[in-house]
Design a protein around this ligand. Sequence first.
Ligand code: ADP
Length: 609
Amino acid sequence: MAFAALAVAVALVAFPRLEEFFQIQAGLRGKETLRLTVEGLNGALRRYEPLPGLIAERPVLAEVLMAPDDPELLRRVNEELRLTAERLKASDVYLMDTTGLTIAASSYRKELSFVGRNFGYRPYFTQAVEGGLGRFFALGITSGQRGYFYAFPVEVDRRIVGVVAVKFLVAPFEDAWRGGDHWVIVEDLNGVVFMSSDPRWHFRTLRPLSAEDRERIEAVRQYPVERMELLPTTVSPLRDDIALTSIEVDEEDGGRRQFISSTLSIHDAGWDVTILIPTERAHTQALGAVSILALLIMLLGFGAAFYLQRRAQLLERIAVQRAATETLETRIAERTVDLKQANDKLVGEVRERRDAENRLRQTQTELIQAGKLAALGQMSAALSHEFNQPLAAVKSYADNAVRFLERGRSGEARENIRRISAMADRMASISKHLRNFARRPQEKVRPVELVPVMNDALAILQGRLEASRVDVRLVLPEDPAWVTGGHIRLQQVIVNLLNNALDAMEGQASPVIEVELARAGERWSLRIRDHGPGIDQETIGKIFDPFFTTKTPGRGLGLGLSISYNIIRDFGGRLLAQNHDQNGAVFCLELQAAQVETPALEAQETAAE
Ligand code: ADP
């Protein structure tokens, strides 16, 4: 809004200056046009000026002036003048005697012929008859056309006998001036317009005419006096010789009209030539320029407003961003404090946990130690029981053997020594079991075929099986049952399970053991069922504990199932105990099936163990 007001203010201030500038520019261009116009006019005047002098030199003119009644001579001169006028493109060429009477003229054939007319009152005649060059501008009396007249005396022996006059019309010049965007006015010394591109201005006076001048003009019949009215003008100078001239034109044209004017004088003729350029164009140009200026200011204003608005928006956005950043920073700082506290808490908790872990480990170590001590106590008790009983027996058999030998009863003595030896064997057996319990195999597990292992176990127990008349019923698969394990240790487990089965069925008339080997998914399962009393519920949870036994001292150590359990676990398998629905116990040995390419591996495995 402010910019619009500024634009209007600048336009108002600048418009008059711009208009003046364009007016001066138009004036300068007009001056150039005026110079050309004046040169053209001057050139024409100069061209016609010497003509009457040249024509006057023709002898025939003097002849006819001396004999004005010679019709033949008059006819010849008339024709000559007509041809001359035609050649010179002059309006008229005519010859007057010393009174001003025309005796021959180029227009002799025309209706309005000059012949017989007297121009003695015309200044050009009087100037010439006095011996000089006559010149005059006037409205033709005969023709009614405006013309410029030159006249020169015809002399015979330095005596003036007549005058030759040449008239040319000025209308063709005016025709040349029309068509441009300017007007031309030619005024004489009295300020009478006698030439103008606008015919309405002809014979108007640019300044008031004195009565004297008016009378003089009337006397020589130069202009039609009735048309010589004042043409009101006002002139205000612009620059140099350029002025603003307003001229009252006819009402049809809308009263007064303003022009940019410039004037040049033709001194010889005593004329002032003025060029008039309408101001409208300069006005329009100024308007255009001022509009562009106003538009530019508005554009600049809008640009500036846009820039300022963008700048304000940008600053606002920066402020918002800064505020957001500050908020964020504050929040980060708060969060950092929170995090630090949380971290400190966590560090504290970790420390506490580590302490707790250490304490736990300590407790565990202590517990293990206590467990070990308990196990050691348990074992010591069992071992002392196991060893004390045969040792007591060995002691009594040895004492008895000594007594039998002293009495010479060698047979009884031998029997006692044999029993001592049997006791020693039993103690060796206990020791071997203990070693197995303590020992941990170093070898890695390998693929082992289970059927040969089982056959070996049966072979080891063959003596006992036969003595007990046990019916061993085997259900074996067609495919070889490769499992992951060790040959000797598996054999040890199977022997153990079979021994337990035999123990359970002791005293039975026809004991039966059912052995079934079958594939169960990724495993092989070996089930050994006896027909003994089974395992009661109280016992079944403890049978895998070391040294748990229900057997009488000397019959069982309670280590067999414990060792077996550990062996199978080492092979990644399972050993399960349960009672059969009908009778007896079922021990189920599950082992992972092994992928085997060559059976030679089994031999290697056996050798390694
Ligand atoms: P031991 O044979 O020296 O007693 P084990 O560890 O081999 O030691 O067996 C532990 C106990 O498990 C046995 O004393 C017995 O009570 C029970 N047991 C083992 N096998 C059987 C079975 N086939 N039938 C019934 N009870 C069994």
